[in-house]
Design a protein around this ligand. Structure first.
Ligand code: SF4
Ligand code: SF4
Length: 257
């Protein structure tokens, strides 16, 4: 008799939104539960079976020494490790600390900052252990999550695009909000996968899927300026979801330089 594959879901520094995407799968979750044995998923179940695990989904970034140790252990016990969401793939919103004085933050926020044990950085899972696959987004896209889990169960590669969000606007027939409405948009440099959700609702892309492969960020900067963004706006939008991503963080400073 073939052994049922095991699935574990882990949380690091994060908001739980990506784990909720798995619970959000509703109908598909029942079918999935019939194909895998969920052995560790603290968000949804009190069952916490020991490893090893066939597939581990890892949400969140590494921000403490305890997390640095825990991810090593999880990697050791996992045949396939998938980092899920902007926190796990790029350090998340909390990576803003990488460019600030964390000691000052804790002294301002906490009455007794000496009890706070935290690193001065928020880093992606791949900075600590080898990662087999990454699912982008804040939160991740449920269709991509299901495709990835099905792919690993079937022994095939996940069918995840690495083109820009612009390709998804074209595919769904959305008129470009930057060209037609003058709304600044990070879609030309952001990895596809959300289905161009924000432009479909007349909003520019905020880059929550992080940089696409080989993004031409330098060429986009003057277009963002023409469409109303100043230097502060540009700094903020690139630092929002993927502050630790080198392609967004090291964007040649300024296009006028
Ligand atoms: S990527 Fe976004 S939704 Fe997912 S855990 Fe991080 S903050 Fe939450
Ligand atoms: S709206 Fe944004 S993502 Fe869509 S085509 Fe225009 S620039 Fe690209």
């Amino acid at each position: 008799m073939t052994k049922t594959p095991t699935l574990a879901v882990w949380k690091f520094t994060s908001c739980d939104g990506c784990q909720l995407t798995l619970l959000d799968c509703e109908d598909e979750l029942l079918a999935l539960a019939g194909r895998v044995r969920i052995t560790h998923f603290a968000e949804a179940s009190s069952a916490m079976d020991p490893g090893p695990y066939d597939v581990s989904l890892v949400e969140g970034s590494i921000t403490t020494e305890e997390e640095q140790r825990r991810i090593l252990d999880i990697r050791e016990q996992s045949r396939i490790l998938v980092a899920i969401g902007a926190c796990a793939t790029h350090g998340g919103i909390q990576a803003l600390r990488n460019f600030a004085d964390v000691a000052e933050f804790t002294s301002v926020v906490y009455a007794d900052p000496e009890y706070i044990a935290t690193l001065s950085t928020s880093t992606p899972i791949s900075a600590h252990v080898p990662v087999d696959f990454e699912l982008r987004g804040c939160p991740i896209d449920r269709r991509q999550l299901l495709d990835t889990l099905c792919a690993f169960l079937a022994g095939r590669a996940p069918d995840i695009p690495n083109t820009s969000v612009c390709t998804e606007c074209k595919r769904r027939g959305t008129t470009c909000v930057m060209v037609a409405e003058g709304i600044p948009c990070l879609g030309p440099v952001t990895q596809a996968g959300c289905g161009a959700l924000c432009p479909a609702y007349h909003r520019g892309c905020f880059g929550c899927f992080g940089p696409m492969a080989n993004p031409n960020v330098h060429a986009l900067l003057p277009i963002l300026r023409v469409n109303g963004m100043d230097t502060g706006d540009i700094d903020r939008v690139f630092a929002t979801y993927a502050a630790a991503a080198p392609d967004f963080a090291n964007r040649s400073g300024d296009e006028s330089a």
